[in-house]
Design a protein around this ligand. Structure first.
Ligand code: ATP
Ligand code: MG
Length: 216
């Protein structure tokens, strides 16, 4: 493993990368490549002491937890599933906003099923979140783990309900689904490796402060 003396920031492609660019700019950091165009997974910046690593959104907390990245940006959805071990979460960046919801096919009487104490099948990528939500409501559910396209599950009889992220609701509407419960609202957080925060304090603190200033 090549040693890198500077700081490594883990980001996912897509909305998190896009919405992080203004925060990076506030910290005087400009990426040298666009991850949508380049196939590089390690991207340099205008600062020799700062580099970016491009990871799958779900993997961001893992890179930071093990110190492979000193800091990263991850959605609350991803952080709850990960559990947050070894991570310091100093800032809500108020980017990539959406909400975690329960949705069902139009016509499925979710409220009645909940009242009856019916056992329902729920498909989701967010097993931990779903388990806690239905346990708190005292509902019996069978959870089915999926990795994407959750909206399909109720349409083909795989599940009665899904737990998924919603922003505009366009995907739900296009697939004849309705939102029946909001579980929590979501934004992305800055996460920092706890050991790095001490060992690389002089490098990390100004970046954290610049991000904090840009959020306000
Ligand atoms: P993929 O879409 O490639 O399967 P992913 O869903 O893990 O990967 P993104 O779609 O880039 O990754 O989502 C990254 C983060 O952005 C999510 O963890 C969530 O916090 C937030 N997010 C997801 N969907 C939306 C949305 N529709 N609107 C706003 N923010 C969202
Ligand atoms: Mg996605």
């Amino acid at each position: 493993m090549a040693a890198f003396e500077g700081i490594t920031l883990a980001l996912s492609k897509g909305r998190i990368f896009e919405e992080t660019l203004p925060l990076l700019a506030a910290a005087g950091i400009t990426p040298s490549d666009d991850p949508e165009k380049s196939r590089k997974l390690i991207i340099g910046t205008n600062r020799p002491d700062v580099r970016l690593v491009i990871v799958r959104a779900t993997d961001t907390p893992t890179y930071v937890q093990y110190g492979a990245a000193d800091l990263g940006i991850a959605g609350k959805d991803v952080l709850i599933e990960h559990g947050g071990d070894g991570l310091y979460q100093p800032l809500d960046l108020d980017i990539a906003r959406c909400r975690m919801c329960v949705a069902v096919q139009k016509g499925f009487d979710y409220a009645a099923a909940a009242r009856r104490g019916a056992r329902i099948r729920v498909a989701t990528k967010y097993i931990q979140t779903a388990r806690e939500h239905f346990a708190a409501k005292g509902m019996y559910v069978d959870l089915i783990k999926l990795y994407g396209s959750m909206e399909l599950a109720p349409l083909v009889g795989l599940a009665d309900a899904i737990v998924d992220l919603v922003s505009s609701g366009g995907t739900l509407r296009a697939n004849d689904l309705v939102e029946v419960e909001e579980i929590f609202s979501i934004s992305s957080r800055l996460i920092v490796n706890q050991a790095a925060l001490k060992l690389k304090h002089a490098l990390l603190q100004p970046v954290i402060e610049a991000f904090a200033g840009a959020v306000k």
